[in-house]
Design a protein around this ligand. Sequence first.
Ligand code: SAM
Length: 209
Amino acid sequence: MSILDTYILSHIDPESELLQELTRDAHVNLLRPRMIAGHLQGRVLKMLCRILRPRRILEIGTYTGYATLCMAEGIDNNALIHTIEIEEEMEDFMMKYITRSPYKDRIRIHFGDAMDVIPLLNETFDMVFIDADKQHYSDYYDLVFPILLPGGVIVADNTLWDGKVAEIPPSTDKQTRGILKFNEKVKQDTRIEKVILPLRDGLTVIRKK
Ligand SMILES: C[S@@+](CC[C@H](N)C(=O)[O-])C[C@H]1O[C@@H](n2cnc3c(N)ncnc32)[C@H](O)[C@@H]1O
């Protein structure tokens, strides 16, 4: 972590004890703790929720529930987050923390492939957080766009993919190709306004006109 990163984290809202405990547990017991949104991005997601005041959020890719918990902190009492995770083995880990959160009633967890689960939700959304399989970002986008309300926002994580988007990827690198396809689709789409924030691994914020 750079000196500037340390400075930023010491001058923004702190993480709750629960989120700190979750992060420590993930670093000891999970294979890919780097996938967690983390302190800065978590506070950004909460702040976006505070500003946008979404009634229905869809999160694609729950993992530990870290980002879910951050967004749950930021939404109003009657608002809901539907979050989808393909790996059922993550259930015990995420439930350890979600059940202890004062905001647990704002969270609905679904297990399965997002491509199968989303059509069954029978909901419209005013905010979507895309953070699952990089190969399928473009598919998630196409699937959620019709159920995103006008003025609604899609936030997509990892859209700079460790800087790999600026290079020509080998044909075997399906994840980078997936991100490149998504970024190109977003660039061409005139139904939206968009900006890429160079935050952590790149966060694209898209607003449906
Ligand atoms: C980067 S992690 C999510 C991190 C979490 N959003 C956070 O910020 O703390 C990506 C998660 O997406 C899940 N995933 C991958 N493909 C999926 C799919 N098709 N449907 C639902 N979840 C999927 C993975 O199992 C993994 O747990």
